[in-house]
Design a binder for this molecule. Structure first.
Ligand code: BGC
Length: 750
């Protein structure tokens, strides 16, 4: 099909009209060129198909669909195949509903536990977040349905989400916030990307040429379409110029006129408009022609089972002092309304109208009798004396008590941020009271992001179930009774308290200015560097069995930056249950070089199933990016030559093995040497000492043969702080600044 020819048949007005939807969820068809309309829908944890005709219905009345666990939970699976399977299953429901684009996944970084939408995002770590997004996209798109990766970019808070200006330095932008999108876009090629509501460094994401053109298209090779978040458009003509193809929902013609006006008065080139239209037409035809048919009468049943599996493979056993798995023959008491009314999804645009909901109480009744007391409400923070008394009595009168605690819907949601990191006071109070009468207490948590745990030392077991989708109830019971061995690990750090979080000093910003003052030190990168104790570290998760790591091997002890390094390690299941282990590989530079860097960063993870007594060898492949940081002078990721430590661990704070490798960069100098570069920096560069002594040898003050005296240290110190500019006039022969710079260029750059 010749798209240029189709475009040539369209009037300026028709082209402009294509750049926004026809309604809430569909693109505009144009009969004259046989362009069909395609439909999109939320996303990301299931299909929220709303009737376009009756779009005022609101978010709770969408067509029934399978509600999968939220990303905050599935991230803890560290399981690429699982995410791909979930993507595929959701795509099949899209096909059933005649949807061509699923609005998801959401891959923004969890900067603060307060972000109301953290439940919809994967991690505080860009490598993990991007890898899992990538797998999910593959799963969806392999079925011929498109993804819309969102929200591009730096959308890390709900507070002021339409007006906030995320002020983030260049290195942090690339190394943390963009990196979370980068691999997913390069490796899985989503057909579309959703630009976020916020500004990034002064410009709305919806009209940001740096983000939408320079980075996305030119640097990463993205060739799909950019869709605005719903209502994110500020200046439509600027958006066209910057690379925003489609405004959603429909602008009802208002912005079509703005586009036409801008082309007519010359502020927008028709060529820029044609480019946006070209990409749109290409994508619409592709998705429309790729439409598949699905005929699976057991689709919802199969997907419910997959949702259950996804939750089982992701729930994290945070603490276990021999209290789990539960013994069905014991006298067990369940407390907390979440056991009968689970909180299994987050509020806002990702809200699914689930097919069927498994509750803990229903599921446990299939195994044994447990005593139950509501104890507290799952929707409000109200202390009810009668409920408290009953719960305390029942827990006292049991062998073990499981408390189902969590955050009510109103405590976290799309659209606003949390104001603190605590559970409702009534829940904390009841937990305290129960701990006074019962020593075998297990807490099961249903929440979208971390909470403080004032009672942690007195509880014997903690299970983090996050928001586990429609089958969360059965998945929780499977784990509590040992039908499933827990195998999830945290995709984010749980700090001891909110004030420990690195963004704490800046998070609320100054009205619309949100300064990302913590820079690259997000999540564990910060807690590790500050040597802060945390409640639970990134990557932490227990199992009912034990794993031993041994025999770590690197296939080389020195590599050049374009080579691949292979790391292998043996893992053995030495306990009494079959189980899965998530081995994590982190890398850190051994000694400080030019760049300030985290102690270590996640660069590999593998999940492996091991039967009792079984050993497997797992392999990680590392490349240039694994060792790099973003160098703002080179405008690219760059490796500093030097020794790097490769850590293999069960979590970021439980490193079992480590080895070193020397990595040699192709770029010899990490920073530009000028006449204003301090001698101490020149001395670090290969040949630097030779270069300086050739210039300063005839200056008595810097004569390296000076006799040891009380002043020697001072002279040496002063020497290191000098620059060529500052001593140029004392040199022999005397040199002006230009002559000095030429010396530098001849020596280092030729
Ligand atoms: C959300 C998007 C969502 C869209 C459509 C927006 O408010 O930020 O994530 O896809 O609405 O529901």
């Amino acid at each position: 099909m010749d798209i240029d020819e189709l475009i040539s048949k369209l009037t300026l007005e028709e082209k402009a009209s294509l750049c926004s939807g026809i309604d809430m969820w569909r693109t505009k068809p144009i009969e004259k060129i046989s362009l069909p309309s395609i439909t999109m829908t939320d996303g990301p944890h299931g299909v929220r198909k709303q009737d376009s005709e009756k779009e005022k219905q609101g978010i709770f009345t969408s067509a029934p669909a399978t509600c999968f666990p939220t990303a905050s939970l599935t991230a803890c699976s560290f399981d690429r195949e699982l995410l791909e399977a979930e993507g595929g299953a959701i795509a099949e429901e899209c096909i059933k509903e005649d949807i061509q684009i699923l609005l998801g996944p959401g891959t923004n970084i969890k900067r603060s536990p307060l972000c109301g939408r953290n439940f919809e995002y994967f991690s505080e770590d860009p490598f993990l977040s991007s890898s899992l997004s990538s797998s999910f996209i593959k799963g969806v798109q392999n079925r011929g349905v498109g993804c819309c990766l969102k929200h591009f970019a730096v959308n890390n808070q709900e507070n002021r989400r339409l007006s906030v200006d995320a002020k983030v330095d260049e290195r942090t932008l690339h190394e943390i916030y963009l990196a979370s999108f980068e691999d997913a876009i390069k490796a899985s090629k989503p057909v579309s990307v959703m630009c976020s509501y916020n500004k990034v460094n002064g410009t709305y994401a919806s009209e940001n040429p740096y983000l939408l053109t320079e980075i996305l298209r030119k640097k990463w090779g993205f060739n799909g379409i950019v869709i605005s978040d719903w209502g994110a458009v500020n200046d439509r003509a600027k958006g066209i110029d910057a690379g925003l193809n489609l405004e959603m929902p429909s602008s009802m013609g208002v912005n079509d006129k703005e586009i036409v006006k801008a082309v007519k008065n010359g502020t927008l080139s028709e060529k820029a408009l044609d480019k946006m239209v070209y990409e749109l037409i290409e994508t619409i035809f592709k998705l429309y022609n790729d439409k598949k048919h699905i005929d699976n009468p057991s689709l919802f049943h199969d997907n419910h089972e997959l949702a259950r599996k996804a939750a089982r493979e992701s729930i994290v056993l945070l603490k276990n002092e021999g209290v789990l798995p539960l013994n069905p023959n014991d006298k067990i008491c369940f407390i907390g309304e979440f056991a009968e009314k689970p909180r299994f999804q987050g509020g806002g645009s990702s809200n699914i109208n689930p097919i069927s909901i498994d509750t803990v109480m229903n599921e446990v009744s299939k195994i044994c009798n447990v005593d139950y007391s509501k104890g507290f409400s799952s929707t409000e923070d109200i202390l009810d004396e009668d409920l408290f008394k009953e719960a305390i009595l029942k827990s006292k009168d049991s062998d073990v008590c499981v408390i189902f605690a969590g955050l009510p819907n109103s405590f976290e949601s799309e659209g606003y941020d949390r104001s603190h990191m605590r559970l409702p006071d009534a829940q904390n109070k009841l937990i305290d009271e129960i701990l006074k009468v019962q020593k075998n207490v297990v807490i099961v948590l249903q929440n979208g992001s971390p909470i403080e745990m004032p009672w942690i030392d007195s509880t014997r077991g903690i299970l983090e179930a996050y928001l586990g989708g429609e089958a969360s109830g059965s998945a929780i019971v499977d784990i509590l009774f040992g039908k499933q061995n827990p195998c999830g690990k945290l995709a984010e750090t749980f700090p001891k308290k909110l004030s420990h979080n690195p963004s704490y000093l800046y998070y609320d910003g100054e009205k619309d200015d949100a300064v990302y003052g913590e820079g690259i030190f997000v999540g564990y990168r910060y807690y590790d560097k500050k040597d802060l104790e945390v409640l639970f570290p990134f990557g932490h998760g227990l199992s009912y069995t034990n794993f031993e790591y041994s025999n770590m091997k690197l296939d080389k002890d020195k590599i050049f930056e374009d080579e691949t390094l292979k790391v292998t390690v043996d893992i053995k299941n030495t306990g009494d249950f079959p189980g899965k282990e998530i081995a994590q590989l982190y890398i850190g530079k051994k000694e400080k070089g030019f760049a300030i860097r985290p102690i270590m960063e996640l660069k590999g993870f593998e999940k492996v199933f091991l039967d009792k007594g079984e050993t497997k060898t797992i392999t990680f492949l590392l490349n240039k990016r694994s060792f790099s940081y973003y160098n703002t002078k080179l405008n690219d990721f760059h490796i500093e030559s030097g020794d790097y430590i490769i850590y293999i661990g069960k979590s970021s704070r439980n490193i079992i093995l480590k080895e070193e490798v020397y990595v040699e960069s192709k770029v010899k100098i990490d920073y530009a040497i000028t006449i204003n570069t301090a001698f101490k920096d020149i001395l670090e560069v290969k040949g630097g000492e030779e270069f300086l002594s050739s210039l300063t040898k005839d200056m008595p003050i810097f004569n390296t043969d000076i006799k040891e005296s009380p002043l020697t240290d001072m002279f040496r110190g002063m020497y290191k702080e000098m620059t060529l500019r500052s001593v140029g006039m004392f040199m022999y022969p005397r040199m002006n600044n230009d002559e000095l710079q030429k010396k530098i260029d001849d020596f280092f750059y030729k």
